[in-house]
Design a binder for this molecule. Structure first.
Ligand SMILES: [Zn+2]
Length: 111
């Protein structure tokens, strides 16, 4: 059982429009799997994916120059990707960041 967000009238679970006030009613939790599939389908055309792409590249770039930042960006964005290519880029950024960080520490210790 759900209720109209505008007028609070009790509605049927499958109701799309409130019979009392006529406003559209948000469906209960059924949109989650649909949006997931559509995210997969429109992945390459989605402007958000392009933005995420630059995040993966940024993580890699930072990994070489400011390893800590590269590791953090890589870890944050790693979970966001559905495309293996970008996920791998984030993993690579974390690995490169750790290696560069170790080299930096070793360098500082030797000096
Ligand atoms: Zn209503």
């Amino acid at each position: 059982m759900k209720f109209c967000q505008k007028c609070g009238k009790e509605l049927l679970d499958e109701a799309v429009i409130c019979p009392n006030c006529g406003c559209t009613v948000a469906p209960i939790q059924t949109s989650a799997p649909i949006s997931e599939t559509s995210a997969f389908a429109t992945e390459d055309k989605n402007p958000q994916t392009r933005e995420s792409d630059s995040n993966a590249n940024m993580a890699l770039l930072f990994a070489f120059f400011i390893p800590i930042v590269g590791i953090v960006i890589g870890l944050i964005n790693m979970g966001k990707y559905q495309t293996k290519k970008y996920k791998d880029r984030c993993v690579a950024a974390v690995i490169v960041g750790v290696i560069v960080q170790i080299i930096l520490i070793a360098f500082i210790m030797n000096v």
